[in-house]
Design a protein around this ligand. Structure first.
Ligand SMILES: NC(=O)c1ccc[n+]([C@@H]2O[C@H](COP(=O)([O-])OP(=O)(O)OC[C@H]3O[C@@H](n4cnc5c(N)ncnc54)[C@H](O)[C@@H]3O)[C@@H](O)[C@H]2O)c1
Length: 271
């Protein structure tokens, strides 16, 4: 059901890889709510071709951009403004990757070249995106930028590996750039800290199944789905959250503030 929350708005969606991607759902919801969007992903991800179906459904153009490449990002914003017919109102940063996680390298043995690359793709890229938009003055006043994060930024989840450090940096950049962009153009920058979700990136984490079930049993509302995350993103892009900025917003069914739950206790009780 549409409430036309984004009527007349223009957005850029990063990171829709396949139907299970959180960004995929956000793109669909944004268009249902009346927005016009462009889609972007790394050139290598586009080669898989799955995004074409989403582009068709959303009547959106795909503009390739590696988030670590400033020329690609400059081209993305210039083209998006041209195609959409004006400045941008919202951006979804839904990008993450750790080579150490992918290769199953233990945190204490992390390869620092891989770590560096992972931080660039998963965290510094938000700075790169915001700097590009800031320099081009490509985002409208009161525009909204949302990045996706995970609670491993605050607490240790050993198998989440160096992605926890990447998310801590991502959330810090959200605050720091959020301050400057807020002063400069009233542009809002927030992160949404989402429950474990079955996607390509999510399932790549060792023991994801256990992770997922533990969070589900701990959270009074259960885990938040990708569709529910998309709904939350839409509210953050809308004019109903205009004074929210520099925040990390937990979208996790209450997991972040629950100490323990009867379900978890029961599974550990022996007498
Ligand atoms: N799935 C979860 O459990 C979960 C939980 C909390 C937060 N998140 C975060 O949500 C975001 C989206 O992940 P997802 O779970 O939808 O998985 P996903 O694998 O569908 O999305 C990750 C995206 O990052 C893109 N990407 C990787 N390297 C890139 C590069 N160099 N340039 C441009 N794009 C690049 C991939 O192509 C992919 O589209 C990530 O930031 C992730 O950390 C996921």
């Amino acid at each position: 059901m549409s409430h036309n929350l984004l009527a007349g708005k223009r957005g850029i969606i990063f990171g829709a890889l396949n139907e299970s991607s959180i960004a995929w759902k956000v793109a669909q919801r944004a268009v249902q709510e009346g927005a016009k969007i462009t889609l972007t992903n790394a050139p290598i991800a586009l080669r898989m071709g799955e995004m074409n179906a989403l582009a068709e459904e959303c009547k959106a153009e795909i503009i390739p951009a590696d988030v670590t490449n400033m020329e690609d990002l400059a081209n993305l914003f210039t083209k998006s403004v041209e195609i959409l017919g004006g400045k941008i109102d919202f951006v979804l940063h839904s990008v993450g990757m750790s080579i150490n996680v992918r290769k199953g390298i233990h945190y204490t043995e992390a390869n620092h070249e891989f770590m560096h690359k992972g931080f660039d793709i998963s965290a510094m890229s938000l700075h790169r995106v915001l700097q590009t938009a800031y320099k081009q003055d490509a985002i409208n006043e009161w525009g909204s930028v949302v990045a996706l994060s995970y609670i491993a930024a605050q607490r240790v989840f050993p198998d989440y590996n160096d992605m926890g450090d990447a998310k801590a940096l991502l959330e810090s950049i959200t605050r720091s750039f959020g301050y400057h962009y807020g002063k400069h153009r009233h542009v809002r920058v927030n992160s949404i800290s989402q429950s474990p979700t079955y996607t390509t990136a999510g399932s790549g984490v060792k023991g994801f199944d256990g992770f997922y079930n533990y969070a589900d049993k701990m959270s009074p509302l259960g885990n938040a789905t990708a569709d529910q995350c998309a709904d939350y993103c839409i509210t953050m892009f809308s004019d109903f959250t205009k004074m929210v900025t520099m925040q990390n917003l937990f979208h996790d069914g209450g997991f972040s503030f629950t100490g323990v739950s009867p379900d978890v206790i029961e599974s550990l009780t022996t007498k």
